[in-house]
Structures are given as structure tokens and as C-alpha cells.
Design a protein around this ligand. Structure first.
Ligand code: C2O
Ligand code: CU
Ligand code: CU
Length: 566
């Protein structure tokens, strides 16, 4: 792998930053011996479930012929707990599916046997800072980190993956990811399709050389646009095929791609029904002509093959859409020819098949789609304490670097307005910072209005430039504007509004019917020109919780910041 040169520098940076972080946030960090933070088991924490995890190099047969593929893989063994906790996927680069029950106490022993740092993040689970896989907890070869958390989440689908800063994109690409299923008693009452009728559907794109080896490109065009592979894999396999009975299924779709966005739709125009979004069941099913799924997002699909003839088949596609990439991109790829290194056999927004479903057996019984699923509190403006001063998440691009709130990620940095009171519910406004001057003024007012006890923690509070000057802010910024899936760690949020006054209507029309905004979310696709307002509770746990673009190349380029909940 081509990252070696930077390890020692990165290690040095991590450790020296951790020293600063430990000083800035005393009590938050655990054992800070020699600047190293690894975590051991807490005697008072009685785990219902104990899992031993290893990240290591492995070889798997992704293709039915030719050489095995060198990957990085999470391997797990159950030490304690119900035997259905781990569903192993033999011969797969994906880690086992983890099945948790709400209320379970979970302890994970994570052992790093890679030749590079790593740490696991449980994307979608609401867990304490020490068990959230913040990159400051990255461990080196041979080290162990112990996670301990209670499963507070409602029933839903989540996704674990490596989260070591600078290495996230490539490690996820090489295999370090897996699905998480949470069950609870409300869900059980619904008698949704279970067992063999409840299936994972992890969608990823990869590129392979002629020897079946993964190719990952570090060149700037790929990094700034996001890496796009030329083969589509479902559950770790190309040319995915599912033999299904003529009845209803639950498919837990997760977009585990680095930067590819999917527009899921049936070849014959049959609408798609969703019963859950990121980490939670909806209050009622939503049926759409197609469903958008950006990196990091999940959607639980109700796919009903009732009435379909044995021997028939149905193709699930990613349907064409436009406007998510910077200006030139769609024009260059529109005719399928493309130019130079930006060309990809499967351009972002192109049409391609994802999986085929073959009706293999007729059955007379099928569960019926419930009219109502699991009700939950709908959060509104009235629930927040900052309706007039939303916390900003400003998206901008400066000198070929995608930024949030005008900044790059720094392990030990929190700006004043990134400090949030524990227990509060906030409105957050995610927007493209086109006009840095205007946003700057607004931002300053808001920041001034935040209550914060002291300033000593934020080395950056004097420097609030958002978007930046000249090329970076205006011309360059707008030309480079693209869609970003914005993910917030910690508790799920709800989407309050989308303001589309500045979007390009023709492009927006190709995606808008595919957004499911009625459920709990932790990742939301923000289109160029779009402003999305969300309501997010900051409850239960103090500490540092990341927010970032889930285009993993962008994340590694520093399009990540953090809230300090205190
Ligand atoms: Cu799935 Cu911080 O990420
Ligand atoms: Cu996450
Ligand atoms: Cu991004």
C-alpha cells in the first residue's frame, strides 16, 4: 500500500496533538501514557455481549476465477452473548454482520494486526465518545482498544468502518467495514420479514486490475471528486444475484462506497418502498419512484415479489441523475466518452445495474406491508433552543481543499460555536458558503451569541473566515461546488427543511423524489446550492463528536470538524 511514507509523520502528529487534546479536555481522554491512548476494559461494566475484533490483511475470492484479492478485513469472534450476534460472511472482505438488541451492553476488544494505524467507528450507533472510534483513538500494529457501550438505538441498520484519519478512505475501500443490525421490541411487534427474508444489501464500487487486485488512486482529481470504482459490488461480490421467493423481503441497503451516490430504481418502473432510514424504522412506509442513497446512508427496503412468476427476473438499477458533480463533470461524461483521467466507465450519475433478483420459488403466503411502523417524536423548531441562530455547517472549497466552516480537521480543535451544551437540541443549517463575506457576518453574530464559559480551549476562535477569499470563495468555490453527504456522529437527527432556491432545477429534478426526509438520519446529501436544516439532540454523552463529509476522500482531505458536547 502506498501510504507508508506518511505513517511516521502522521503518528507523530497524532501523538503530539493528543498531548494538546488531553490538556484541552482533561478527563475526557483515558490512559494518556506516553501520548498514547488505548483503552482497557472497565471492571464495573458488565457486558451482555463480548466480541473480539481483529483488523488484518487477508485474501478473499471476490471473483469466481483468477487470483484471490488482497484486502484488509475485520475478523470477529464471539466471546460472550447470543449466538446470533455475529453473522459471518465467509470468503468476503466485509466484516461479519453484527446483530444487537436494544439495551444490550457490548464490549469489543479490537486488535490491530494491520501494518498501519486503525480504529473502528460504529456509524449510526449513539455511543460514548471513548467508544465512537474518534481518530484520536487510532491504535498501532499490535495494540488493543476496548470499546464499551450500551445499545441505545432503536431498531435499524447501521454500518461500522475504520476511521483512522487520512487512512479512512483507503481502509474502507480495502474492506474494513460491515453491517450492524439493531432489533427492539417495537420492531418485533410488526412481524417484518425476518430470517432468510431479512437480508443485507451493502453497495460498493471498486476498481480491479487484471490480476483481480484492488486499485485505489491517490491523484488529486480522484481525491477532490471522490474515488469512483468501475465495478459495482453488493455484499462484497460483483454481478450480484438474489434468488427470491414470490413474497416480501426486507433488504437493508447501505451505501458503503467512498463517494458514489446511487439512485435505486427498478428496471420496470415499479416504485420502491422504504421502511427505515439511517439507524431507524420510519413512522410509516414511504413509496417512491426511486430512492437516493449517498455514501454512509442506509435505507431499509420492503421489496415485494408477490405475484411475480417463477423464472422471471427483475433488475435493480442505479438510474441516471445529474448535478452532483462540479460543473464540467456531467458535460464531460454525458456522452459516455469522457476526457483523460477523469473518465470512468461508470461516471457518477450514470445508469448501471446493481443486482438482479430472480424469482425462484412460488409461495402463497407473504407478510403484508404494515400501514404504520414505529411512531416517534417529530422534532420541530419549537424543540430547539437556537431557532433564530442555527449552528452552521458551511461547505466550501479552498485551494482544492473541501472545508467545513472554513476549516480543515484538527484533532484537538473546537471553535466556540462547536461547543454545545449537553442535553440541548439544536437547529443546524448545512449550506454551501458561496458568498464568504455575507456568511461571515452572519456566522460571527451567531458565534458571539453562543454562551461559552472560557476561551482557552479554542485556539481558532479568533479566525472565523468561512469560505475564504477570491478564487477559493467565489469563482473557484462555485465552479467546484458538488453534492456532499454530511454525516454527524452521535445521536440521529431529523430533517427540518430543504431550501432549493439556489439549486439548478433541471438537475435537482433528477434526484429530489428520492430523498426520504421523514425519518431519523445521520447522513444527508446536500446538493449544490441546497440548504438543509436539521434538528439534532445532543444528549446522554459528553465529549468530542465528529461531523464530516462522508465522501471518504473529502473526509480524509480534512472536510471534518467536531462538536464538543459539555
Ligand atoms: Cu461513517 Cu465518521 O463516519
Ligand atoms: Cu459515523
Ligand atoms: Cu464532500
Amino acid at each position: 500500500m502506498s501510504n507508508n511514507i506518511n505513517y511516521s509523520r502522521r503518528q507523530f502528529l497524532q501523538h503530539s496533538m493528543l498531548g494538546t487534546a488531553a490538556a484541552a479536555f482533561p478527563g475526557l481522554l483515558l490512559a494518556a501514557d506516553s501520548g498514547k491512548i488505548t483503552r482497557t476494559a472497565t471492571p464495573g461494566f458488565t457486558a451482555d455481549v463480548e466480541i473480539e475484533f481483529v483488523a488484518q490483511a487477508a485474501q478473499v475470492n471476490i471473483f469466481s476465477s483468477g487470483p484471490a484479492t488482497q484486502v484488509q478485513k475485520f475478523i470477529a469472534a464471539l466471546r460472550k452473548g447470543p449466538s446470533n450476534t455475529l453473522t459471518q460472511l465467509p470468503g468476503n472482505y466485509l466484516g461479519p454482520i453484527l446483530t444487537f438488541q436494544q439495551g444490550q451492553k457490548v464490549r469489543v476488544f479490537f486488535n490491530n494486526k494491520l501494518k498501519e494505524p486503525s480504529i473502528i467507528h460504529w456509524h449510526g450507533l449513539h455511543v460514548p465518545q471513548h467508544s465512537d472510534g474518534h481518530p484520536m483513538y487510532s491504535i498501532n500494529t499490535g495494540e488493543q482498544f476496548v470499546y464499551e457501550f450500551e445499545v441505545l438505538n432503536r431498531a435499524g441498520t447501521s454500518f461500522y468502518h475504520s476511521h483512522s484519519h487520512d487512512l479512512t478512505a483507503e481502509q474502507v475501500y480495502r474492506g474494513l467495514a460491515g453491517l450492524i443490525v439493531v432489533n427492539d421490541s417495537d420492531e418485533a411487534k410488526l412481524e417484518l420479514p425476518g430470517g432468510e427474508y431479512d437480508l443485507p444489501f451493502v453497495i460498493q464500487d471498486r476498481s480491479f486490475d487484471s490480476q483481480n487486485q484492488l486499485q485505489y488512486l491517490h491523484a488529486m482529481p480522484e481525491r477532490i471528486m471522490g474515488f469512483l470504482g468501475s465495478d459495482i459490488l453488493v455484499n462484497g461480490k460483483p454481478n450480484a444475484e438474489f434468488a427470491v421467493k414470490s413474497r416480501a423481503y426486507r433488504f437493508r441497503a447501505a451505501n458503503g462506497s467512498n463517494s458514489r451516490i446511487y439512485k435505486l430504481g427498478w428496471e420496470d418502473g415499479t416504485p420502491l418502498t422504504a421502511i427505515g432510514t439511517d439507524a431507524g424504522l420510519l413512522a410509516k412506509p414511504e413509496t417512491r419512484p426511486y430512492i437516493m442513497l449517498a455514501p454512509g446512508e442506509r435505507v431499509d427496503l420492503w421489496l415485494d415479489f408477490s405475484g411475480r412468476k417463477v423464472g422471471s427476473q427483475l433488475m435493480l438499477y442505479s438510474l441516471p441523475f445529474s448535478g452532483v458533480m462540479p460543473g464540467m463533470y456531467d458535460r464531460m461524461h454525458g456522452d459516455g466518452r469522457g476526457m483523460g483521467m477523469m473518465h470512468n466507465r461508470l461516471p457518477q450519475g450514470g445508469k448501471f445495474p446493481i443486482a438482479v433478483f430472480k424469482i425462484s420459488e412460488k409461495v402463497s403466503e407473504s407478510p403484508k406491508l404494515p400501514e404504520k411502523l414505529v411512531p416517534f417524536l417529530q422534532l420541530t423548531e419549537r424543540d430547539v433552543d437556537n431557532a433564530a441562530n442555527p449552528l452552521p455547517i458551511a461547505i466550501s472549497m479552498q485551494h482544492m481543499k473541501p472545508l467545513l466552516n472554513g476549516k480543515s480537521f484538527a484533532m484537538d480543535r473546537v471553535m466556540d460555536f462547536e461547543k454545545v451544551a449537553l442535553g440541548s437540541i439544536k437547529k443546524i443549517k448545512i449550506f454551501h458558503d458561496r458568498d464568504s463575506a455575507g456568511q461571515h457576518a452572519g456566522g460571527m453574530g451567531m458565534m458571539g451569541g453562543m454562551q461559552h464559559g472560557n476561551n482557552e480551549h479554542d485556539g481558532e476562535s479568533g479566525d472565523h473566515k468561512m469560505g475564504g477569499m477570491g478564487m477559493g470563495g467565489m469563482g473557484g468555490g462555485m465552479m467546484m461546488e458538488m453534492a456532499h453527504p454530511i454525516h454527524l456522529h452521535g445521536q440521529q437527527y431529523q430533517i427540518l427543511s430543504r431550501s432549493t432556491a439556489k439549486v439548478k432545477p433541471k438537475d435537482y429534478a433528477t434526484v429530489k423524489d428520492g430523498f426520504i426526509d421523514s425519518g431519523w438520519k445521520d447522513t444527508v446529501l446536500v446538493m449544490p446550492g441546497e440548504t438543509v436544516e436539521i434538528v439534532k439532540p445532543f444528549q446522554d454523552y459528553k465529549g468530542l463528536f465528529l461531523y464530516h463529509c462522508h465522501n471518504l476522500e473529502h473526509e480524509d482531505l480534512g472536510m471534518m470538524r467536531q462538536f464538543y458536547i459539555g
